[in-house]
Design a protein around this ligand. Structure first.
Ligand code: URA
Length: 434
């Protein structure tokens, strides 16, 4: 079959064979199939879905587009954490060094911004000089000797996901269980890990907005992981408001640093510790939940997790001085604070709109070739359930281009809703899927 026929088959809702998926993905990865045909196939998958078998085939082919690491020589448990994506989700930046300090080896392959959601690689690159494109050997050495290396997909590890991911980011083909499953799991299996915890976000800032869809995604991810012999658990966690207060690359780095210095927002730290506990209990089956959380808190209290983040930053070419002195970082030129025109208890936030607002301000890409403005973003002044008075600050927008501020402000102001009595809030950790 030629690419046209494969696209047409999926657009008609039919099931693709392994060899059709392989022909297409390998062709795209090697450059013989162009972006416009891949985009068409992605949209056909997005609309018509894939069977479990097709999803497994897609994952395997994307994995086999590159190498699979072997960390069996690492002197400890090799494991990772990955999120399905949300707004203000900077957990990886906190959790990776915490786990490394606690003897876990974390070969973390992350992604860039995707749709409305931010990406760990973009956040790390907001640190001047930070190199997420290490040579494989350099990364391997960091993981074995330092317990942590932070990279993106490369030309040799998940090259298919590297290209497809960038395309999905700008073609509205993200919210698809098979595409998310294959994207995440091809990367995680390629890492050569033995344990994995997945943070499956649910709510209006997540790709899966209902609990039923989030469960489906969690089950898909967990069953693929287990099929490859990886101990995999998923926590479904709340994304009906941004995690923490900061949205945007440097803002999120800053909040992560504060978190590792013991001044992190409550929700961010709770999700971080809950995910970390899953990995620590895999590595040490005798550990209790409380024990696993206490170990992590200690790495924050004694400064060792922050020191690890700084050391990895330096080893990956980054200037760790900005982490020590956050005020040194150059700020966005313009800012605008949105004030409340209503009073009451904050009962709803249009979280996805905030993610897209961040992109409009320069914190994400509208086209593959766009350059990110690391200092733009949004700082929230409120959380769901807060008592708000008229004229209270809701959030501040930061941007290098003053003309964007008013348009963005108009778009997101309507996304706040209020009640007269305290609203019922969703739990932060909604469910555990094993
Ligand atoms: N993270 C990924 O790596 N891929 C997705 O599709 C979504 C989140």
């Amino acid at each position: 079959m030629i690419p046209y026929q494969i696209i047409e088959k999926k657009s008609l809702g039919l099931t693709l064979s392994e060899s059709e998926i392989r022909t297409f993905i390998m062709g795209y990865s090697s450059g013989t199939i162009p972006d416009y045909q891949m985009s068409a196939l992605l949209m056909a998958i997005f609309i018509n879905g894939m069977t479990v078998e097709e999803t497994l085939d897609l994952t395997r082919v994307m994995l086999e587009s590159g190498n699979r690491m072997d960390f069996s020589a690492a002197p400890g448990f090799v494991a990772d954490k990955h999120s399905t994506g949300g707004v203000g989700d900077k957990v990886s930046i906190l959790l990776a060094p915490i786990l490394a300090v606690l003897g876990i080896h974390v070969p973390m392959i992350s992604g860039r911004g995707l749709g409305h959601s931010g990406g760990t690689l973009d956040k790390l690159e907001s640190i001047p000089g930070f190199n997420v494109n290490l040579e494989l050997k350099e990364w391997e050495d960091l993981v074995v000797h330092e317990g942590l290396g932070l990279i993106g997909q490369t030309g040799t590890i998940c090259p298919a996901d590297k290209k497809i991911y960038a395309l999905r980011d700008v073609t509205a083909t993200v919210r698809s269980i098979p595409l998310i499953s294959a994207s995440i799991m091809s990367k995680k299996i390629a890492e050569g890990i033995r344990g994995l915890v997945l943070d499956v976000k649910t709510g209006n800032g997540a790709f899966m907005q209902t609990l039923a869809d989030s469960r489906k995604l969690a089950n898909s991810l967990v069953s693929i992981g287990k099929g490859y012999g990886i101990r995999t658990t998923a926590l479904i966690t709340d994304m009906s408001q941004p995690l923490g207060f900061a949205i945007g690359n440097w803002f999120e780095m800053e909040e992560s640093v504060k978190g590792l210095q013991g001044q992190g927002p409550e929700d961010l730290m709770a999700v971080t510790y809950a995910l970390g506990a899953e990995i620590l209990k895999m590595a040490h089956p005798e550990l209790s939940q409380e024990g696993a959380v206490a170990m992590q808190k200690k790495t924050v209290a004694d400064g060792s997790a922050f020191e690890k983040l700084k050391r990895i930053t330096e080893l990956q070419g980054g200037d760790s001085r900005v982490l020590d002195d956050l005020d040194k970082y150059s700020k966005a030129k313009f800012q605008k604070t949105i004030k409340s025109s209503k009073s009451g208890y904050l009962a709803g936030i249009d979280t996805m709109a905030l993610g897209f607002a961040g992109i409009q301000l320069g914190a994400g890409r509208k086209m593959i070739s766009d350059k990110i403005d690391f200092s733009s973003g949004i700082y929230m002044h409120c959380k769901l359930g807060d008592k708000i008075e008229i004229a209270d600050d809701l959030l501040t927008l930061y941007c290098e281009d003053e003309t964007k501020l008013s348009a963005v402000a108009d778009q997101i102001s309507a996304g706040f809703s209020f009640t007269e009595t305290t609203p019922e809030l969703p739990p932060l950790i909604v469910e555990r899927i094993v």
